[in-house]
Design a protein around this ligand. Sequence first.
Ligand code: SF4
Ligand code: SF4
Length: 239
Amino acid sequence: MNEDLLKRIKIAGAKNFESYAQKILEASANNGTFGMELVDLLHDQLPRTSCDNCGKCCNSNSVYSLEYHRIIREVMAKWKPDRILKLIKSLLFFDLRLVEAGDEKRLRCVFRDDITKVCLIHPVRPFSCRIYGLLKENGKRECERVRDLSLPAQTVKEEYLVNLQAKILANSESYEPYEGKGQIHFFPIEFWFFRYIFSPERALQIYKEILVPLSKPLTKMWENQKEHIPDILPSDYEF
Ligand code: SF4
Ligand code: SF4
C-alpha cells in the first residue's frame, strides 16, 4: 500500500476540508434528478428483505456513480450540517475504518452506525446491499439469515438482477483501473468521493495504490482476473 499517498491525502484533507465538503455537495446536487428517480424506481423492483441485523456484512462495498449521488443527495436533504461534516471527515480518513472480517481485511461501511446498530441510509442503500443474501451460489445463500418478505427467494434469478442493474449501468460512469482489463462501473464509495473532490485520475490512483491493497475482497477480484496487474510507477502526488 502506498503510505506516502495516504499521508498526502490526509494532509490535503486537513488543509482543504471546507472546500472538499463544498465540492462533494455541489457535485451531487448538480447531478440530474432523472438518474436519481431511475435509481429509486429500480431499487423498488427488488424484493423486500429482513435479517438479524448483526452488521457483519456492513463493510465498504461497490456502488454505481448514480447510486453514490443518490446517497449524497439524501444525506444533504436530511442530515444536519455537523453530521454531514463528520461523514466527510470519515470518508477522507478512510483507513481508520479498517476492520477484520473473518480472515479478510476490509473497510467498515461509512454508513453503519455500530452504536445504534442501524444503516444510516437505509431507504437509499445501494443495489449490492439490497441483493445480499438473495441469490443462491452452489445451493447456499451468502447469509442464511436473510428473509425475503415479498417473493419466494427462488424467484429471484440472477438474470432478473442483471437486467435491472444494466439500466443503472447505462447511466453511470465507468473507468478502466488496469489497462486491458476492461471497464468497470462499480467502485467503493470512497473511490467516488475522491473522484469528485480531486479527479478521476487521482481517484484511480487511490483505488489501485490504497483501496485495492487495503481490501482483501478487492485484491482477490483483481487477482482472479489472472493476468498480471501492471506495476504502478511513482508519480507526483501534489494535491
Ligand atoms: S445480512 Fe446477515 S450478515 Fe448481514 S447484517 Fe443481516 S444477518 Fe448480519
Ligand atoms: S449502506 Fe447500509 S446496508 Fe449497506 S453496507 Fe452500509 S450500513 Fe450496511
